[in-house]
Design a protein around this ligand. Structure first.
Ligand SMILES: [Zn+2]
Ligand SMILES: [Zn+2]
Length: 240
């Protein structure tokens, strides 16, 4: 197991600093490149972009959280430490996240956003794809905020403006998120607004997705002839 106090290594801190710096440099560059966008869009259009991006971020937060909780190994070099370990640690010690610094809380989400940011900057046009670029900006900013919002949901006494946002239901609420922290931790994965949690739960979305992935991996293992030698499927690689 990992020792929390000694586990935020210097290399990890450097990765987080670089990722957050590059993330905001990319967002600023994207915004700098689209002057006049707000004037070209009516208020309802801007609200639609904002809302859809916020909902998309909530969905992606749930999907990534589900995958990290359910599959993969903490021991996988770099990837396991950066992306799997925080989720596994979180179930064992839900309050550990409240002791994480700004860098440790927000570095990983910045890092996974960089390829998206790079692709949008490289492959889209500032004028022709103006509103798509704006949507991506909103989406990535919501992704960036996700783990911070998650941390706030675990704090005993978040600052007043955050408590107000939680009470209004605009960000993940401690009460809603507590459902995920009830064993066996297999529901309510969305951690941005949490708005999609009841919807995805009623659709049985994550159980169906897990069954599909496990079934597909079983088929692949059989096809590659590994089933007999190594029957380990992602579903039993759950814990470190
Ligand atoms: Zn979890
Ligand atoms: Zn949590």
């Amino acid at each position: 197991m990992y020792n929390e106090k000694s586990n935020y290594a210097v290399w990890h801190r450097l990765v987080d600093i670089s990722a957050i710096s590059l993330f905001f440099a990319g967002i600023l560059f994207l915004l700098w490149d689209m002057p006049g966008a707000p004037q070209r869009l009516p208020v309802w259009g801007m609200l639609t972009l904002l809302l859809s991006a916020y909902l998309a971020a909530d969905f992606v937060s749930g999907l990534v959280h589900f995958l990290a909780d359910s599959f993969g190994r903490v021991e996988t070099p770099i990837f396991g430490r950066l992306f799997i370990y925080p989720f596994r640690e979180h179930h064992a010690d839900p309050l550990a996240i409240t002791r994480h610094s700004f860098l440790e809380t927000n570095g990983a989400n910045s890092l996974i956003s960089l390829p998206v940011l790079g692709a949008v900057l490289a492959l889209t046009d500032a004028q022709a794809d103006l509103f798509f670029r704006l949507w991506v900006c909103f989406f990535l900013l919501a992704i960036f905020l996700t783990n911070q919002i998650h941390q706030w949901s675990h704090q005993a006494h978040p600052v007043a403006p955050i408590r107000l946002l939680q009470r209004c239901g605009l960000i993940l609420t401690p009460k809603g998120h507590a459902i995920h922290h009830t064993a066996p931790h297999d529901t309510y994965f969305c951690i941005t607004s949490g708005w999609l949690n009841p919807v995805l739960t009623s659709l049985r979305f994550f159980p169906a997705l897990k069954a599909t992935i496990v079934f597909s991996c079983g088929i692949c293992a059989k096809i590659s002839g590994k089933a007999g030698r190594d029957s380990q499927t992602p579903s039993n690689t759950m814990l470190p």
